[in-house]
Structure formats: structure tokens, C-alpha cells
Design a protein around this ligand. Structure first.
Ligand code: GLY
Ligand code: GLY
Length: 399
């Protein structure tokens, strides 16, 4: 029977073994079903999770091997944050968008805080500037995505007015930049954007849209749209997990009580929407067929968010209980077994592409790529949840 401590030991060893397997590359976001990540080509929103995991392991195990391995990635992050179109084209990097927090906060900012590295400080401030520059005065939101090569003209126009729920997790980068530089504008942008999302992307019942559309000319709110969920008016479970964790983190930085209350409403919706066995379906409105994909990454993210909320609301012992039950379920039903010689920690993640809707996969129950597979962010948040459970004052990148 696994307990937190011996599982942390096992996974920290697995991280150490993975160092030689990845040899300086960034693992793909999605592993194969045996739990093996290949090295990715290009750069994505997930670039920060493996190097970030090395820093978490260093904090937990106090072993310099992890930080030395992390430091091999610093030239990559320097190149990535420069966001040079030519370099991006040569390497297949996706240009920087709202996701700079996932990429640079878990890595450069945390490394700077742990070591005082001047290079990581510079990368962190460049990343914060890139995020702040996306703020749209009309509508008061941070723009989600850039123009992509194959966009239709209509989609390109829509994107000018698009905000996304994932971005709540990127705002701690801006709060850090304000604290570090003394410039209030970063924190003002973060709290303005979080407020806009809280008012528009979270519904009355505590469920959430994945993205939200504003009229780019006037800033007027237009309505919610999905990108990775089942339908525009459904609730994509990883988006719900980003919301409950992201709003709790924003409360910690902004002390805005409404943010805490909204995070709690999102957590309560999450709790009452789980399957009877405690799993999260990839979308809470997806048809409950026998082969309904579940998303262990959403469960790991939600467990971290619930632990954050439980630390803010110690009288709500149900939050801690649910977080513990979620981690227990991940361990009992979804841990990648040693017999697979996996790099991954958790099986059964789901990327959640919107093409499921009405698709052959949905009709036949034969869901394809990106379902029932480990996800690097699921592993990151599972490891974080274990560290939090094991030591409630563990040093984390988020604050
Ligand atoms: N977070 C990845 C995206 O914006 O699609
Ligand atoms: N859009 C980022 C994610 O898949 O959560």
C-alpha cells in the first residue's frame, strides 16, 4: 500500500532516472500507453513541466542532481523567451501566448527564487512583459491565442476577442513581477483579467466555459465557446480544475474575497459532478458511455487546487478530504505500474480535443490519440499534490 512518503521517494527516483532518458530534451506532452514520453520537436505550452518537476524534486529531496539537470535547460528558455520569429520557424516553436506562466513561471521564476540566478531573473521579467503586453483595454482581458498560419479569416477575427480559462494559472507570473520590480501595473493587469474571467467565464452554478469571446471593437462580452470540451455550454473538466486552482491562487495574491468565494463554487461544482468512483470524465456533459474517457490530469490539478483552498479555509475539512480521496483514487486506479518501466507517473489522461463532438470516436466509443494516455502536466500536478500532502509548507513556485 503506497503512502505519500514512499510514493514521493519512488517518483523522485523515477525523475532522476528520466534525466538520462531525456538527455536535455523536453518530453512530449503525451506519452504512449506504456507510459513512455519521447522527446518533442518544437516548443509548446507544456515546455515548463519537466524542467519544473526537476525543481520540485530539488526542493523535496535537497539533491543537487536535479538542479544541475534543470540548469541544462536555461539556454533553451533564453531562446524561447526571446520569441524570435526566425528562431521559432527554424525550431517549430509556437510563438508565446497567454501560456508564458506555465512555461516560465514554473521554471525561470522558481529557479531565480531558489538560486538568485541573474539569467533566470532576466528570462522571468521578459516573460512577464510578454504576458502583460497581451492585455486588451477594451473588455479588460488578456488575449489567449496568436494568429496561426492556417486560420480562416473568421477565426483570426474571433481570436482578437478571446480569453481562456487556462490563463488563470499564468497570472502568478504577473504578481511575482510586481513584487519583484515594485511596478504595480503587472498585478493590476492580473487582477483585472481574473475579475473579467470570474464575472464571465464562471457560470451561476459554478461550472465554467473553456474560452470566452468579447467583441474586440467594443469589449462587449459575447458568450462562451469550447476548444477542448464537448460543447460550448458543457463543462470541460480540466478547465474546471484550472478555474478552481487558478482562482484560489489569484485570491492568495489579490486578497479579493469574491475570488475565494468563486473558487469555492467551482470546487463544489467539481465535487458534485465526479463519477461515483471519484474519477473525472474528460467533460462533465460527455455521454456516459462505457468507454467515456476520464482525465487524470484534471484530477491531479483539482487535487492541488483543493489543497490550496483547504489551506485558505481550514474550517472546510471536506475540501481536504476530497483532495485526499482524489489522490488516493489516482494512486489506486491510475498509477503507471513499475512493470511498464514507465517514465510517466499517471495513466489515463485526456487531451480533450473538441473534435470528439459528433466524431467517429464519439459515435463508436473508440476514442483515439490523446485519450487514455499519460500527460506531462498530469504528472507534474500529481507530484505537486503529493508534496503538498506530505508537507503543507513545502516551497512551491506559485507564490
Ligand atoms: N493552454 C494551451 C492553449 O491555450 O491552448
Ligand atoms: N489548453 C491547455 C490544456 O490542455 O489544459
Amino acid at each position: 500500500m503506497w503512502n505519500e512518503q514512499n510514493l514521493i521517494n519512488l517518483l523522485s527516483e523515477r525523475i532522476k532516472n528520466n534525466c538520462s532518458k531525456y538527455t536535455g530534451c523536453i518530453p512530449n506532452a503525451v506519452a504512449n500507453r506504456e507510459g513512455r514520453y519521447e522527446c518533442q520537436t518544437g516548443g509548446h505550452w507544456t515546455d515548463g513541466f519537466w524542467p519544473g518537476m526537476l525543481l520540485l524534486a530539488n526542493v523535496c529531496k535537497k539533491d543537487d542532481v536535479y538542479i544541475q539537470e534543470f540548469e541544462k535547460y536555461i539556454p533553451f528558455f533564453e531562446e524561447r523567451v526571446a520569441n524570435d520569429p526566425e528562431v521559432n520557424a527554424i525550431n517549430g516553436y509556437i510563438g508565446l501566448d497567454h501560456d508564458v506562466g506555465f512555461i516560465f513561471h514554473l521554471t525561470a521564476v522558481f529557479h531565480f527564487r531558489l538560486t538568485g540566478s541573474a539569467v533566470s531573473e532576466k528570462i522571468s521579467l521578459q516573460a512577464a512583459d510578454a504576458l502583460a503586453a497581451r492585455f486588451q483595454e477594451r473588455g479588460a482581458f488578456i488575449r489567449a491565442w496568436n494568429d496561426w498560419e492556417h486560420d480562416t479569416p473568421e477565426f483570426r477575427e474571433l481570436k482578437k476577442g478571446k480569453a481562456i480559462i487556462d490563463s488563470l494559472m499564468n497570472l502568478p507570473l504577473l504578481y511575482w513581477a510586481s513584487r519583484h520590480t515594485g511596478e504595480v501595473r503587472y498585478a493590476q493587469i492580473a487582477s483585472c483579467h481574473a475579475n473579467t474571467l470570474m464575472r464571465n467565464i464562471v457560470r451561476e452554478d459554478g461550472s465554467t466555459y473553456h474560452t470566452f469571446q468579447f467583441d474586440p471593437a467594443t469589449g462587449e462580452p459575447k458568450g462562451g465557446k469550447t476548444a477542448q470540451g464537448y460543447a460550448d455550454d458543457s463543462c470541460w473538466s480540466r478547465g474546471q480544475a484550472w478555474a478552481l486552482y487558478g482562482l484560489a491562487l489569484n485570491y492568495r495574491h489579490s486578497s479579493d474575497e469574491q475570488m475565494l468565494a468563486t473558487a469555492l463554487r467551482c470546487a463544489e461544482y467539481w465535487q458534485r459532478s465526479l463519477l461515483p468512483n471519484g474519477d473525472a470524465p474528460w467533460d462533465f456533459a460527455a455521454p456516459r458511455t462505457e468507454r467515456l474517457p476520464i482525465d487524470t490530469s484534471a484530477m491531479a490539478i483539482a487535487a492541488c487546487g483543493l489543497l490550496e483552498l483547504a489551506s485558505l479555509l481550514p474550517e472546510r475539512s471536506d475540501l481536504l478530504q476530497l483532495a485526499r480521496a482524489t489522490v488516493r483514487r489516482l494512486i489506486d486506479a491510475h498509477l503507471a505500474p513499475a512493470s511498464l518501466e514507465p517514465n510517466a507517473f499517471l495513466l489515463h489522461g485526456c487531451v480533450g480535443p473538441s473534435y470528439f463532438k459528433g466524431s467517429q470516436e464519439e459515435a463508436t466509443g473508440e476514442y483515439g490519440y490523446g485519450t487514455d494516455q499519460p500527460l506531462i502536466y498530469g504528472d507534474y500536478f500529481f507530484y505537486e499534490a503529493l508534496l503538498r500532502l506530505n508537507n503543507s509548507s513545502v516551497v512551491l513556485p506559485w507564490f
